[in-house]
Design a protein around this ligand. Structure first.
Ligand code: FAD
Length: 519
């Protein structure tokens, strides 16, 4: 039996297998030659002290003890070509993991995705970055892999169900992600690695007899007597099935509108909205690691911050160390920001959404839109940003201190946002109450993280797609829509997930319910 040990080491020792073995030998009071293998099972950074330490949990095998390298295997996916069909709308994490789970359970998924495959998407990302052209079906939110494909690929979640999280991480490793994601306390994959993983998942679905159809937008649902019968796709063709997983994400406004028009119950849902702040990564490293230089052994530092301002939470969201701010609009005439990082997080700047929680009462000016009020509130801010920045994909921007002092910035330094910035007083983008909270909040952030509040930081507006502005209500036990039998609202768009991992978990949950129902 290996011995499980928990200890702290310097970043240099943690990064070097032989130094680590020497350290463990000392703990064991044996010679390093007697250590056969140190298998690190968890690793996290403890940056509370000036001398930063790495917390390590490891299994230690001495020479002569049985040791077999653990290899993560994918489940034995059967061929489902002739099995009962289930429609999955959307090939984001929720849809793809639902499809894999359906196959595992002996059902045939037909995945319908409005966007292109991961490679085809790249051209459209180039067009929005370089020419400001937004393809409404293929962009940073839409296309194979969903919103998470060209992202930082952070894989942590607030989900307390460790087993569920580990299963998704194992599947990702099985499909080619580095096994390090099972070890790191805050794992991430990176934009450069995610597309291949997504492609491998799709190829497996198809190899098992499932179907994945790209450039296939669902435009209508066929519902009879409150029972799902199938869907209509953009060319007018009908695809029939009486089980439909609806995993279209938080940006599929046409789906929310369609459901509302058809009298399918949906609800407005609070979400959060704010700006995306960008700092030099070096500055964030200095603040977080209390040092002048990060050195060779520590990763670019992340940060996480939350404050209560005027009775509302204002917090960092989807922070990307060493990353880039991306234009994430899904329709012409709007500006939306979010962020991504490559696997090494080696870009010069750190960006993070800094958002304020919204309440349903904030959507009152849009009350006439009923359950779509939050969505219209969101849309109005995105459209205003587009207008104020010059009606291209340029983003309204302001230096951080200038924003808190209500001063238009004389100039905006170059930021990672490729389409470019326009100097705008950001108070013009948001309703007054939000501007006030953010001004006060940044001052508070500056007090907690000394150096954070600086005019070297640039705010980009808005960060508005933090979660869905709509919930598609479902029965908590069957996971079917409360009114439509056979419709399974799933993932972030339906309001049951926030992030890649929780969306994937929700996809699996819906697939399991369908299999149980059919059995
Ligand atoms: P989505 O990923 O939104 O997928 C929905 C899919 O449905 C899309 O592919 C869309 O094209 C398709 N679709 C929509 N309408 C239709 C239709 N009518 N017919 C057919 N198909 C349709 N989360 C993290 O956990 N970590 C991160 O680091 C991270 N970084 C992000 C960076 C960026 C730039 C963005 C945009 C998001 C990021 N997120 C991150 C959020 C994360 O991507 C989402 O939480 C997650 O993808 C939600 O999964 P989902 O499957 O529910 O929906």
């Amino acid at each position: 039996m290996p011995r499980e040990f928990q200890f702290q080491v310097s970043p240099e020792v943690a990064a070097n297998e032989s130094l680590l073995a020497q350290h463990v030998a000392k703990l064991f009071q044996v010679s390093p030659k007697e250590i056969q293998k140190v298998v690190v099972v968890k690793r996290s950074i403890d940056a509370r002290q000036k001398a930063i330490k790495i917390n390590v949990k490891a299994n230690v095998f001495l020479v002569g003890e049985p040791f077999v390298e653990q290899k993560i295997e994918l489940p034995d996916y059967p061929n489902v070509a002739n099995k009962q069909e289930v429609i999955v709308v959307g090939a984001g994490p929720a849809g793809l993991f639902a499809a894999l789970q359906l196959i595992e359970l002996g059902l045939k998924p037909i995945v319908l995705e409005r966007g292109k495959d991961v490679r085809g998407r790249r051209r459209d990302l180039k067009a929005i970055n370089r020419d400001g052209i937004v393809n409404e079906d293929s962009n940073y939110c839409f296309g194979e892999g969903g919103a998470g494909t060209y992202s930082d690929g952070k894989l942590y979640t607030r989900s307390k169900k460790r087993g569920d999280v580990d299963r998704i991480l194992e599947l990702l490793v099985g499909f080619g992600a580095t096994p390090e994601i099972m070890v790191e306390a805050h794992p991430h994959i990176g934009t450069n690695k995610l597309p291949q993983i997504i492609q491998d998942i799709r190829e497996r679905i198809i190899a098992c007899g499932g179907q994945v159809l790209f450039e296939t937008r669902v435009t209508d649902f066929i519902i009879k007597n409150n029972e799902m019968q199938g869907v209509v796709i953009q060319n007018g063709n009908v695809i029939s099935a009486n089980k439909v997983i609806l995993a279209t994400g938080h940006s599929a406004r046409d789906i929310f509108e369609l459901l509302h028009k058809k009298g399918v119950q949906i609800e407005a849902k609070p979400f959060a909205l704010g700006v995306r702040a960008e700092h030099p990564q070096e500055l964030i490293d200095q603040i977080q690691y209390s040092c002048d230089f990060r050195g060779d052994y520590l990763p670019p530092a992340p940060y996480s911050i939350v404050k209560q301002v005027n009775g509302r939470g204002m917090y960092s969201f989807c922070m990307c160390p060493g990353g880039v701010i991306a234009p994430c609009a899904t329709a012409p005439g709007e500006v939306v920001t979010n962020g991504w990082s490559p696997s090494k997080r080696d870009q010069a700047t750190a960006n993070s959404g800094i958002v304020v929680e919204l309440k349903l009462e904030d959507f009152k000016p849009y009350a006439k839109f009923g359950p779509l009020a939050g969505m219209e509130f969101q849309k109005a801010i995105e459209q205003k940003a587009w207008h104020l920045a010059g009606e291209t994909q340029k983003v309204p921007a302001q230096r951080m201190v200038d924003f808190t002092q209500n001063k238009v910035s004389k100039d905006i330094p170059q930021t990672s946002y490729v389409p470019g910035t326009t100097s705008v007083e950001l108070g013009q983008v948001f309703p007054g109450f939000l501007t006030q909270i953010m001004r006060e909040g940044f001052v508070q952030f500056g007090k907690s993280m000394r150096g954070y509040m600086t005019n070297d930081a640039v705010l980009h507006a808005p960060e508005s797609r933090t979660s869905s502005p709509v919930r598609i209500p479902r029965d908590p036990i069957s996971l079917e829509h409360v009114q439509i039998k056979g419709l399974y609202p799933c993932g972030e768009g339906a309001g049951y997930a926030g992030g890649i991992i929780s969306a994937a978990i929700d996809g699996e949950k819906c697939a399991l319910k369908i299999a149980a129902c059919l059995a």
